[in-house]
Design a protein around this ligand. Sequence first.
Ligand code: FES
Ligand SMILES: [Fe+2]
Length: 460
Amino acid sequence: MSVSSFPPEAVRDDFVPKEDFFDRDFARAEAEHLWPKVWQIACRLEEIPKIGDYVVYEILTDSIIVVRSGEGDAGVKAFHNACPHRGTLLAEGCGHTKQFVCPFHGWRFAVDGSNVEVVDRHDWGACLKEGDADLAAVQVGTWGGWVWINMDPECQPLDQFLEPMKSRCDKMEFEKLRFSWYKSTIVEANWKTVVEAFTEFYHVQTTHQQMLTYTKDYSTSRAMGRHGWMSYEFGTGLPIGRSARLEPLAEEPDFREYLYEYGKQFKNDLAAMQTERAFQSIQALRDLPADATPIEVLTKWGEGIYQRAIESGAGWPEGLTPEYMAETGFDWHVFPNTVFLHPAIEAVLWYRMRPYGDDPEKCYFDTWSLERYPPGDEPQVEREFHADWRDGNYPLIYTQDFENIPKVQKGLRSRGFKGGRTSPVQERAIANFHRRLRTFLQDSHADDDLGPEPKRDSTP
Ligand code: FES
Ligand SMILES: [Fe+2]
């Protein structure tokens, strides 16, 4: 079956074909036409600070070594993890090395990928040409503190690929964030089922209903070229307040109560998207008079966070105007397999999803909490892997999602299920994702010049 069996036109803003989530031909099309041609996050720059530090990135049958061979971004290289002699893997996991030495027959490679020893080279005479014994290079780029790789030598430059997300987020200084924790697990669902569980806020009202007492949850979603953008209608700031879905209270509480509840629940149930400095800034609001208006409370809170960030030495990005913050939104899906939530600026939650072998109904799922620390205060973070998420000590909000996701995957296989009926308002980025994915499978360059906000082209 060819990719023409999966036309992009089959996707509407209110309809997503179900075969994308389990059809083995669709997964094979992704293996052939998506993963070898698309930019993807391989690791973070903080994982390879010194020359010789490396991380191995795995995507389906491909294994790629990302290594620091010199100073600065130009010193970051990526190579296929295969010995040019007879294919042996040269590295696993992550570590530090002066040279990569093949464990089979001992060929050696410098960290810039060049071969430094072929044992008994004279055997080959002239038939081993210049470069034949070097490691095969992979395209590499950096943005936001991440190292991105692309196996396609003809790929679009990373900076262009990331637009319009990049220009709307550059000022956030994600490159100054560091891991505060790092957990990976396996989820019993297609990688896109998991991407989409984090690409809409529509599910908050049911899956995370404990948040409604302090969250104005009605959200909005947009197509942004290949990527997706989620936010709230008022544009900027956090959606703090009582959800319109709940019965209004007879008497509106002091606005600070909403913030206390937000701070407490985020600390306990998410353990991300809030620094300790921000939590302290909520406690400090006690000094305000009880009749302070919401805007006064939010302003005081924002000032407290900013001052603590500056005083601690962590610093704060410059030029974050309300207009810029409205454009940067709340949550981005970066095509194809990463999602981040960034309204807290100095504490960002980032996810990555990858297919698991040739089983389209399983995936690897990485959760990265990132924070902005005073230089020298960054924690030494262990990369945790738990094959079963129940062993991973994930806070409540993640476990609520983990409970649901396999049910989504099982249900969408039902003979009685015709396809996803996505909300054209709150889940628009999901439909856009399927349309762009199907287009990419047909031609990886077809959307290279796509405008940032394509017209709503298929809502009935
Ligand atoms: S396979 Fe690497 S040296 Fe033989
Ligand atoms: Fe969720």
